[in-house]
Design a protein around this ligand. Structure first.
Ligand code: AMP
Length: 272
């Protein structure tokens, strides 16, 4: 993999990289499209990374379909699909992890304590293996994108990180491999996330600046579906992810819920 990338670069080509956990949907494909525009050679990785899952999470049941993914990758013009074995990334006696001091102490990092350490570690490995010039990550995982940007700057990876906007279904549901778990009768409950974000946008457009009022509106929308268990409704600085109490500048509104054991996240940036 390293030799392949080095060869591309020697030919004057910029190597673009999109890491994923597979079960590709249009969100992933939009990242590939951006990567293809930004670079000359395109690498996709597919790896369900065990170190970012907690003991009671869905590592075992996480949806997988390599054949379908390879077909989509080919159609998207991917040059190389890198599908490592778990034992290649985490060989016997493996003991090196990358963790950040502050960014993980918010949002998903609180409910998923090993998540960002797992992500930062696997992305470091994937960067070292694929040696990209450019890498594309989705804003769907806003905090993850912030963690990667921070890590790349702190540790001088010299890789250009590009954020890609969230792809949604026609009804507003943010695309996610985990949507495959949703039963048709859970759809309306899943839509409480995008509905809460849309309501917040509207409130901000009408002049509302109080986070407490915006959060209360989201709570009301979630309350229409008591089966939706709220993990967090947070409004924060989009760079530091620190909570804010009023909307004074661009503000990240981030949501996470559990719906019958399915974790769903969504976010938007509110612009006053
Ligand atoms: P995953 O396979 O879920 O780990 O996601 C791989 C990459 O695709 C990450 O950078 C995600 O942020 C991104 N991604 C996932 N869903 C979406 C979406 N709906 N829109 C844009 N990017 C997404």
């Amino acid at each position: 993999m390293q030799a392949w990338s080095d060869k591309q670069r020697a030919q004057g080509k910029a190597v673009a990289f999109v890491p994923t956990m597979g079960y590709l949907h249009e969100g992933h494909l939009s990242l590939l499209e951006i990567a293809k525009k930004e670079g000359d050679s395109l690498i996709l990785s597919i790896f369900v990374n065990p170190t970012q899952f907690g003991p009671n999470e869905d590592l075992e049941s996480y949806p997988r379909n390599l054949d379908a993914d390879l077909e989509k990758a080919e159609k998207a013009g991917v040059d190389v699909v890198f599908v490592p074995q778990e034992s290649t990334l985490y060989q016997e006696n493996y003991q090196s992890y990358v963790s950040l001091e502050r960014l993980p102490n918010h949002l998903c990092g609180l409910s998923r304590p090993v998540f960002f350490r797992g992500v930062a570690t696997v992305v470091t490995q994937l960067f070292n293996i694929t040696r990209p010039d450019i890498a594309v990550f989705g804003e769907k995982d806003f905090q993850q994108l912030a963690v990667i940007r921070q890590m790349v700057a702190d540790l001088k990876f010299g890789i250009k990180i590009i954020g890609a906007p969230i792809k949604r279904e026609a009804d507003g549901l943010a695309m996610s491999s985990r949507n495959a778990y949703l039963k048709p009768e859970q759809r309306d409950a899943a839509l409480t996330l995008s509905r809460s974000l849309a309501a917040a946008k509207e409130m901000v457009a009408e002049g509302e600046r109080r986070v407490a009022v915006i959060r209360e509106k989201a709570r009301e929308i979630f309350a229409e579906h008591p089966e939706v268990e709220i993990d967090y409704i947070e409004l924060c600085d989009p760079v530091t992810i620190d909570s804010v109490e009023s909307i004074n500048g661009d503000t990240l509104m981030a949501l996470a819920v559990n719906l019958a054991g399915i974790r769903l996240i969504d976010n938007t940036v509110l612009v006053p």
